[in-house]
Design a protein around this ligand. Structure first.
Ligand SMILES: Nc1ncnc2c1ncn2[C@@H]1O[C@H](COP(=O)(O)OP(=O)(O)OP(=O)(O)O)[C@@H](O)[C@H]1O
Ligand SMILES: [Mg+2]
Length: 320
């Protein structure tokens, strides 16, 4: 029998086990065009290279393009067949050129955003939980739409992407506020929810440096259960700053974290920054993902350490 080295499981991570449901990561953003699809594909490639089985799910209903980030042509088999009741999610899966990595083609041939009932989204979640993958990573469209928020809430890892631009930062806070409100709404009455929304509106109209605590509000308001609040803080969202070009941009995540702590009582976790690299958009043109054409760059290292952290935050060893 070949003896495994003591730390073999840290070199090539063990498969998570056939009886476990997949870990679901949802990649969302307040603003469009900030790099969600690039980051979803890069997380997928990185995890697959580490030996995990990964499924990428394109649920951007405003025009799916995950296939482009993967360097693929759109497949005829798509999630449309699921919505039309012809197939299950498991029957819509398409392999990629990368070992261990598959994807479900989103709806790319539609001219306008597709309206979905929340039941349809819950059905996706139910089916996703039954899939035999280690990880399922969902790429959603921009903004805090109802379907995006459901997919964000249900995820084991909620990854919010921003760029360092003020317009993106501003919309990230709006996304977080909507996420907070919809999560707190669970188990609360309508009146309490309206009150919460009203308070947030008033808060935005006041000066930004005035302290405002959602936690305090929840304490004072019996309509919102402490359970809903506990759920909210139990697994807070992760933040990624994409398109980093300066040292200041690198520290932006820490400042945003402080703002969320101060004003929302929410300890979001700053997962890190991803450099701006011209090779990213050039690779989309040449149809070869940058992590495949240039696997040993700082960019690849940034994805590797993020994935390692999400898989096992206690493993802080050097990874490249
Ligand atoms: N770190 C980066 N460096 C350079 N270019 C990048 C980087 N991240 C993303 N891009 C480029 O920015 C553009 C937008 O990226 P992407 O499509 O991933 O954003 P998105 O948030 O998914 O957009 P949408 O909201 O429309 O779905 C693409 O051309 C992509 O190649
Ligand atoms: Mg996208």
């Amino acid at each position: 029998m070949i003896k495994q080295p003591e730390d073999a499981k840290n070199v090539i991570p063990m498969r998570r086990g056939l009886n476990l449901r997949p870990q679901v990561w949802t990649v969302a953003s307040g603003k469009g065009g900030v790099g969600k699809t690039f980051i979803t594909s890069s997380f997928g490639i990185t995890l697959a290279k580490l030996g995990h089985s990964v499924l990428l799910l394109d649920l951007d209903f405003t025009g799916a393009n995950l296939h482009t980030a993967l360097g693929l042509k759109p497949s005829h088999l798509s999630i449309r067949q699921f919505f039309e009741g012809e197939k299950k999610i498991s029957e819509c899966i398409v392999p990629t050129q990368i070992p261990h990595l598959s994807y479900v083609q989103g709806i790319w041939d539609s001219w306008s955003p597709i309206a979905l009932a929340s039941e349809q989204i819950y059905k996706i979640v139910e089916e996703v939980h039954q899939l035999k993958y280690d990880y399922v990573i969902i790429d959603v469209g921009p903004g805090a739409t109802l379907e995006n928020l459901i997919l964000f809430q249900m995820a084991d890892e909620k990854v919010l992407i921003t760029t360092p631009e003020p317009t993106s930062i501003e919309k990230s806070y709006r996304f977080i506020e909507y996420y907070l409100c919809t999560t707190l709404k669970e188990g609360s009455d309508t009146e309490a929810y309206s009150h919460l929304i009203q308070n947030l509106r008033e808060y935005r109209q006041r000066l930004l440096n005035e302290p405002f605590s959602i936690k305090e509000f929840v304490k004072r308001n019996e309509g919102i259960s402490q359970r809903a609040y506990a759920k909210l803080v139990e697994k807070p969202p992760r933040l990624v700053v994409n398109g980093v070009r300066t040292q200041t941009a690198k520290t932006l995540g820490h400042s945003m974290r402080s703002v969320c702590h101060k004003f929302y009582d929410l300890d979001i976790h700053y997962l890190g920054g991803i450099d701006f690299d011209n090779a990213v958009w050039q690779s989309a043109k040449s149809r070869e993902p940058v992590l495949l054409s240039q696997p040993f760059t700082p960019l690849a290292g940034q994805f590797l350490s993020m994935c390692k952290h999400l898989i096992d935050p206690t493993d802080l060893r050097a990874v490249v």
